[in-house]
Design a protein around this ligand. Structure first.
Ligand SMILES: [Fe+2]
Length: 228
């Protein structure tokens, strides 16, 4: 009986050691892999939660002009247009993909039945433009509404993918200068990534028109220098 008990103890201990070392080995391997990734693959711009959703449903051919689903819905019509510039702030940057997503006229990221399921949390008012040879782009949409019951200013999210860079990065959200929720404290928090995102739209032909230029690389961590 004692022998059987001893055998059980030995078997249990042996199994426990195998399981422990096996799990531990996997963790170490993961850590090792993770460390290697950190060393060899620095994410330009630091990454962001949800930015990668820009690739979900992204068309192969992207125009410099896009009309969002929101344009055909209730809301104040808005054109956001401007030039994408190189880091010098002067030279137009062509073929830069700008992905935008925003709330609807109720302040919600409302999904639609036909939209890409993986991108549902960005809501159905999302789209892409690619800067043309002069760096120009046009986004026809509606003015987003702020989140209901919150003090966060209304905004349009932007993620940018440059053709020569390995990953996308986010810029300042596009916000509105006349938004009461855009307080002095909120303005101070803006990191000025890609340039100020504060829009000052003017009314033209029953539509708000906001000029906005992006400066690629501005205040983007780990953005490669031109010599690299
Ligand atoms: Fe948002």
């Amino acid at each position: 009986m004692k022998k059987a008990k001893d055998k059980f103890v030995v078997f249990f201990s042996f199994t426990a050691i195998i399981l422990w070392s096996s799990c531990n080995g996997q963790v170490k391997e993961k850590e090792k892999t993770s460390d290697n990734n950190i060393q060899t693959q620095k994410i330009i711009g630091g990454g962001c939660e949800g930015c990668e959703l820009m690739y979900e449903g992204m068309p192969k051919n992207i125009s410099s002009v896009d009309t969002s689903a929101g344009w055909f819905e209730p809301g104040e019509k808005l054109l956001v247009t401007g030039i994408v510039l190189k880091p010098d702030g002067k030279t137009p940057a062509k073929d830069v993909i700008i992905y935008y997503w925003q709330t609807d006229n109720n302040g919600l990221y409302s999904p639609s039945p036909e939209m890409n399921k993986k991108a549902e949390r960005h809501g159905h008012i999302r789209g892409w433009v690619k800067s043309d040879a002069q760096g120009r782009y046009e986004i026809y949409t509606i003015k987003p509404m702020p989140y209901p019951g919150r003090n966060i200013p209304a905004h349009i999210h932007i993620s940018i993918k440059e053709p020569v860079l390995p990953n996308e990065y986010y810029t300042d959200e596009l916000v509105f200068d006349d938004d009461k929720k855009l307080t002095t404290a909120e303005r101070k928090k803006l990191p000025n990534r890609g340039g100020s995102g504060i829009l000052r739209p003017v009314k033209m032909n029953e539509m708000l028109v906001a000029e906005h230029n992006f400066i690629t690389g501005l205040n983007i961590p780990d953005y490669p220098s031109p010599k690299m």
